[in-house]
Design a protein around this ligand. Sequence first.
Ligand code: GTP
Ligand code: MG
Length: 303
Amino acid sequence: MQKINEKCGFVAVLGAPNAGKSTLTNALVGEHVSIVSSKVQTTRFPVQGIYIGKEKEQVVLVDTPGMFDAKKDSFDDLMVKSAVTAKDDADLIILVVDAARARGRKPSIGSDAGLAALSEAEIDIWLVFNKIDLLSKEDLLKLSADWNDTYEFGRTYFISAAKNQGVDDLKQDMANIMPEGPWLFPEDDITDLPIRLYAAERTREAAFERLHKELPYNLAVVTEDLEHKDDIIIIKQVIFIKQDKHKAIILGKGGQTIKAIGSIARRALENDLGKKIHLELFVKEKKNWDTDRDLLASWRLSE
Ligand SMILES: Nc1nc2c(ncn2[C@@H]2O[C@H](COP(=O)(O)OP(=O)(O)OP(=O)(O)O)[C@@H](O)[C@H]2O)c(=O)[nH]1
Ligand SMILES: [Mg+2]
């Protein structure tokens, strides 16, 4: 039964690739729920991060893939569409803008799909300038004036998600406007990601850190087995690659690269889960993983 005055709602976190949406989601939740990298298009599907406000409001953030103009019917297109769709159930949209990138440029979402999504939305949109550690106050004020002259936003925030500046105000302001309704998750939940998917994402994050050029975009990680044994979690994962020629690069000399990827992911998971992890990685060719129905469904991306 719904408790009196219980509040709960969704906030869609939208923006261009690399704006810092996942970093902000993690800063708001206070835990690493969504993977982050210095490369664009890190997030591939919506990831929910959950926090509780001061007055016990449950806020479900929906971190999304960056919006850009993707080739029709491509995997990228599915990613962008999943971001656009995330706004449909939201009570609030926050548009995250990389302020350092936006400086000196005409205000632009950088994507027709993104612009259409935002102009269609019938709910409030808050503008959140991120990465303010990289520019001056004068630049920020000018940016804010330019953007607010071009589009309509309910409020404007200036934050650094990476340095946790300005995040607390945004956090409570969002909680304050959540609608009345029953909580959708138990109090301790911080994400909707099942552990197998989360573990696969941590390995993909390590791969994004260690691999370059087109390689991170050509691979996918799947947890094939996850078993609790005494105090240890034994995880077996496959890294699918589209072309066999990439195998040698991912393995590296004497298996060095895959070992490094495995140990970055293992350490991260041990930290996240507070348990010892045994992580085994295998590399397999699977040319069309990005159109495989079962895989797409496992990432909640459907055609
Ligand atoms: N200097 C600075 N860097 C930041 C800040 N927030 C995020 N970053 C960096 O920006 C890069 C992209 O961050 P992400 O959180 O992965 O960005 P995203 O918007 O989720 O990117 P996609 O998932 O690819 O769309 C990473 O290298 C972050 O460390 C910030 O406040 N200041
Ligand atoms: Mg992201």
